[in-house]
Design a protein around this ligand. Structure first.
Ligand SMILES: [Fe+2]
Ligand SMILES: [Fe+2]
Length: 193
């Protein structure tokens, strides 16, 4: 897997700790994201942007995939009784601003939070955490790209649907035959939104 885009931004704001702490922090962050995107999907639908609503719904699902992977590793390797947290949805704004807010969160995760967590997991020799964080980090970069694309084309509605890789949370815009560029899963298993 390419490792050219795994640097941590200067003055990172995510607090990295042990891998267990980082897994919990990631689960919390992804829980906030999935809840927020579900609220933004509803707002986009109400505001007359059905394609953006599908993108938010797809990304909400992708973050649930990350939660399942991370919480699953917590239960398997550290705390069998770990309970998934819940989050409050924020009050949505207009859909253009919701897209920018969402893109900012994705960029923060892909350039600040996850690269730090990957380095900590590598230092601990926790290969499974490295793999889960790495796939999530790469997926967040694609999520940011999809949000910025939707922002730049907000007034040119698309009929395209979005396809979520159920293994790693990658999102493809439009139908594809190509396997997931992150984890290699076949396109036939992708979830359509
Ligand atoms: Fe994401
Ligand atoms: Fe994938």
């Amino acid at each position: 897997m390419a490792k050219s885009n795994f640097n941590v931004v200067p003055n990172p704001t995510a607090k990295a700790g042990t891998t267990l702490e980082n897994l919990k922090s990631a689960v919390n962050g992804e829980t906030g994201a999935t809840t927020k995107y579900a609220a933004y999907a509803k707002a986009a639908e109400e505001q007359g942007f059905p394609a953006v609503a599908r993108l938010f719904a797809a990304t909400s699902k992708a973050e649930q995939i990350h939660i399942n992977l991370e919480a699953g590793l917590i239960r398997k390797a550290f705390e069998p009784d770990f309970q998934n947290p819940t989050a409050e949805a924020p009050e949505p704004l207009s859909t253009d601003l919701n897209l920018i807010d969402a893109a900012k969160g994705e960029i923060w995760e892909t350039s600040d939070m996850y690269p730090q967590f990957i380095k900590a997991a590598e230092a601990e020799g926790n290969d499974e955490a490295v793999r889960i964080f790495t796939r999530a980090k790469l997926a967040e970069g694609f999520h940011a790209q999809r949000y910025i694309d939707a922002y730049n084309t907000l007034d040119k509605p698309t009929d395209e649907h979005y396809y979520v890789c159920p293994v790693c949370g990658y999102i493809h815009k439009g139908k594809t035959e190509d396997p997931c560029p992150i984890c290699g899963a076949k396109a036939s298993v992708f979830l359509e939104f």
